[in-house]
Design a protein around this ligand. Structure first.
Ligand SMILES: Nc1ncnc2c1ncn2[C@@H]1O[C@H](COP(=O)(O)OP(=O)(O)O)[C@@H](O)[C@H]1O
Ligand SMILES: [Mg+2]
Length: 258
């Protein structure tokens, strides 16, 4: 099977700082790959390059055979890459339902004139969007809270809502940036199950940045370890966990067991 995503020699410099250096990755459809490493290692910068927020200094990003390097974020989203953010991004004053609907609108295929004149095409799309948003809320088990204001949700539910918004874009590749941050062990165990279920039931391909090692070890097929922008190890969760260089750079650190 050809890879869904192929990243070669990807590098990002910010002035004199090399945030990511010669990063390589191939993900096959349906794989769940973990990206770990200490704070400042360059993990989020990899996501920012994959989603068009940061333009690579060097290297190549190929998604389904198409080069993404110079595409703007909305085009990359349309091609099928969606993400969540390390700091949750929601419309905090809108309801849960409205948050998912606004995400569904991003992929609706009617023009501005359709919406101004409320054409048949517009009304048909609106009906489809409402149904799709409700369906996604059921899937992520937020249907019962659909009319709550997003900021009033417990933290774990806000994370889940952010994932729901990403799913509304019907991605092929989902990038999750520290989805278990701030969660207690029970919440992070539930989240692991949820991510694993997403991958299997939605046939999603997932790249996961996470500090909670229990999450990474339980659900990732493969793990890549970054340190100061460089890849210091790749392998199965068990292999990287036993790798002395990884223990030295990262796992010996208390944040990894947080
Ligand atoms: N837009 C930016 N401008 C300048 N430096 C940045 C920018 N984004 C990230 N960096 C720097 O790049 C390095 C990697 O950051 P980041 O990718 O956020 O790390 P991680 O997600 O692994 O914690 C850090 O030193 C960070 O300060
Ligand atoms: Mg980060």
């Amino acid at each position: 099977m050809p890879p869904l995503l192929r990243v070669s020699h990807l590098t990002k410099k910010f002035g004199g700082l090399t945030a990511v250096e010669d990063f390589n990755l191939e993900i096959k459809p349906g794989e769940l790959v973990g990206l770990i490493g200490p704070n400042g290692a360059g993990k989020t910068t990899v996501f920012n390059m994959l989603t068009g927020i940061n333009k690579p200094t060097a290297g190549e990003i190929i998604f389904e055979g198409k080069k993404l390097n110079d595409l703007p974020p909305y085009e990359i989203a349309h091609l099928g890459i969606a993400r969540t953010f390390q700091n949750i991004r929601l419309f905090t004053n809108l309801t849960v339902y409205e948050n998912v609907k606004t995400a569904c609108h991003q992929i609706a295929d009617y023009g501005i004139l359709d919406s101004v004149f409320r054409t048949a095409q517009f009304r048909k799309q609106e009906t489809a969007i409402n149904a799709a948003a409700l369906q996604i809320l059921k899937l992520v088990k937020l249907y019962d809270r659909k009319d709550e204001i997003a900021r009033n949700l417990p933290y774990g539910h806000q994370r889940r809502l952010e994932i729901a918004r990403a799913l509304a874009l019907r991605p092929k590749l989902l990038l999750l940036d520290e989805p278990a941050a701030g969660m207690n062990p029970q919440e992070s165990a539930e989240l692991s199950e949820f991510i694993d279920w997403l991958r299997k039931d939605f046939k999603l391909t997932i790249l996961l940045i996470e500090h909670h090692m229990d999450v990474v070890m339980n659900i990732c097929n493969r793990v890549i370890v970054l340190n100061f922008g460089k890849t210091i190890a790749t392998g199965s969760p068990a292999e990287v966990q036993a790798n002395p260089a990884v223990i030295e750079a990262y796992l010996g650190d208390e944040e990894a067991s947080a």
